[in-house]
Design a protein around this ligand. Structure first.
Ligand code: V47
Ligand code: SF4
Length: 385
């Protein structure tokens, strides 16, 4: 959508405050906290969607990124007790859980030998016996086997616990992890930063300040990272904007975040099953407002295993320019929480088709958004990965 067309939509809007917000967006002016909340509360979905789509296209045109990655979940045993989590087995019930050895995880990595994956994503529960030295050894073993494989691993929740048990500072712990092969941090563990909500849904794990401090330290060491927000449960719009405001402020300082990933709360099999899930319209609004509020984040990603393929495809018109990866794996965290995607795996051909169906340009990227291949005119051959 060009600027002339979006100006027509802004001028036709009857609410003068929304008109004002629209004009700020197209002049690249920063939205205030109250304006962010107002968009959630009052903006018609087509209006906020058109603004977010304009922003997305002015940043990235039709480009829609994906990567070829696989996940390893070292354990689902966890010392914490987040109420929304359908995945973890408390340490007291650890016989129901799993914990992988370094050899088992290395064998997963080896099973991708010769396959064109560029990233391994490692995140799991917080097992009291899987300590910092264990994970340092794991990363060294992966790098010794496949040095160019990008290791995106561990949330601040896992890292804060490892560092505390190992009695090292955040700076020292992050330095050791980086030296052992950690290339970047995924966005998990952020949930909702505001204490009013955090204390109700995940009181005992890393605080908002600890989460932000660990990402800041990673950025200072030259690593990039992602950020998430768990939305659509008991939080209010103010809490979402507060969360994004804290991220926006850190990003102003470090410029280390690549991607923002809103994660839709799924309510199956956890202690918050009585809380209804967000509607499709509210999902789309969440993506659109994120794109507009986080003006210093280059990318907004829809994580399709959580949302489902159809909704993920729709978000590409509501501010999203990244659709994660082929994720050929056995990730359980979402299927256990009620996602439609029971065994999330999409072939490159399926992912490319999904992007092309809405007239976007599929680009395979590395973790840091280096362009690996433009799939616009690619003809797939049978069995291609
Ligand atoms: O922090 C747990 C979420 C996150 C539920 O950086 C739930 O590229 C919804 O952060 N309903 C971990 N969400 C996953 C994550 C992630 C995923 C994909 C890519 C990236 C990236 C990061 O999963 C947790 C939590 O917010 N989660 N339970 C649930 N019931
Ligand atoms: Fe543990 Fe993470 Fe589940 Fe919380 S969300 S209980 S930290 S595995």
């Amino acid at each position: 959508m060009n600027t002339k067309n979006i100006q027509v939509i802004i001028d036709a809007e009857k609410d003068s405050r929304l008109q004002q917000i629209g004009n700020k967006v197209i002049h690249n002016e920063r939205l205030s906290f109250d304006e962010g909340v107002y968009l959630f509360e009052k903006a018609p979905l087509p209006y906020v969607g058109a603004l977010a789509n304009w922003k997305r296209e002015s940043l990235h045109g039709n480009k829609t990124y994906f990567n070829k990655n696989f996940h390893i979940e070292p354990t689902n045993v966890c010392v914490f007790s987040c109420k929304f989590c359908s995945y973890s087995k408390l340490y007291a019930h650890k016989e129901e859980g799993w914990e992988l050895t370094i050899d088992q995880m290395l064998n997963i990595v080896k099973s991708y030998d010769g396959k064109p994956v560029t990233e391994v994503h490692i995140v799991g529960g917080v097992h009291p016996k899987l300590t910092l030295p264990f994970f340092l050894e794991l990363m060294r073993a992966i790098k010794a086997h496949r040095p160019e494989l990008h290791i995106k691993a561990f949330t601040p929740v896992e890292l804060e616990y490892m560092f505390r048990k190992a009695n090292v500072s955040t700076q020292e712990g992050m330095r050791l992890a980086h030296e052992a092969g950690l290339d970047s941090l995924p966005g998990g563990g952020a949930e909702i930063f505001h204490p009013e909500i955090r204390e109700q849904i995940c009181a005992d794990k890393a605080t908002a300040d600890q989460w932000l401090e660990i990402h800041k330290t990673a950025h200072e060491l030259g690593m990039h990272s992602n950020a998430t927000l768990l939305y659509g449960h008991i939080e209010k719009f103010e809490h979402r904007i507060d969360h994004m405001e804290r991220l926006r402020q850190l990003q102003d300082q470090t410029k280390g975040f690549n991607t923002f990933i809103p994660l839709k709360f799924r309510n199956e099999g956890n202690d918050m099953s009585h809380v209804p899930e967000s509607t499709l319209a509210n999902d789309l609004r969440m993506y659109a407002v994120s794109r507009l509020y986080l003006d210093n984040f280059p990318h907004v990603k829809a994580y399709w295993p959580m949302l489902g393929r159809d909704v993920a495809q729709l978000t590409l018109s509501y501010g999203v320019n990244d659709i994660d990866g082929t994720i050929d794996d056995t990730t359980k965290i979402y299927s256990m929480a009620g996602s439609e995607e029971q065994t999330p795996a999409m072939t490159t051909e399926q992912l490319v088709r999904l992007i092309k169906q809405v007239n976007r340009q599929p680009i395979e990227r590395g973790t840091l958004y280096d362009v690996i291949k433009d799939y616009s005119n690619h003809e797939f051959v049978e069995g291609e990965l």
